[in-house]
Design a protein around this ligand. Structure first.
Ligand code: AMP
Length: 129
């Protein structure tokens, strides 16, 4: 377990690590020193983009505790820049990040989703527990 997250430690074989290393392809729309953005392979909205830090972080708690100020600033600036460059600022959009099992996180490399291009509905759909 990671001390900062309670989640398993970072796993270099996760799919976003492979994307960062260029071992599998992605439809990149932005990259800089701290962040990479690419289209989600299974889009849940007309616009569905993922933004990931280049560093090895499992979750937001991990990222916010371990990343440098430059990495944190660079990452969030990239999220805002990508949303703006996708033309979503006028129509609106949603930024979402899943963490751990109950958050529904599938890929254990910290990332945010940017959804847009339609009216997005309820923030959290009701589900059976
Ligand atoms: P999460 O449930 O927040 O961990 O979301 C992981 C996201 O990664 C899902 O929306 C997947 O569709 C997406 N995904 C998985 N593999 C790839 C890939 N090779 N390229 C782009 N997106 C991917």
């Amino acid at each position: 377990m990671s001390a900062t997250t309670g989640l398993p430690p970072y796993d270099d074989s996760n799919i976003f690590a492979k994307i960062l290393r260029g071992e599998i392809p992605s439809r990149r729309i932005h990259e800089d020193d701290h962040a990479v953005a690419f289209h989600d392979i299974n889009p849940q909205a007309p616009v569905h983009v993922l933004v990931i830090p280049r560093g090895r972080y499992v979750s937001l708690a991990d990222f916010s505790a371990q990343a440098s100020d430059a990495e944190i600033a660079g990452f969030w600036r990239a999220v805002g820049r990508v949303a703006r460059e996708l033309g979503l600022e006028g129509s609106g959009y949603r930024v979402l990040s899943n963490m751990g099992p109950e958050g529904g996180q599938e890929v254990p490399h910290f990332h945010v989703h940017i959804f847009g291009g339609k009216r997005l509905g309820r923030m959290v759909p009701a589900t059976e527990r």
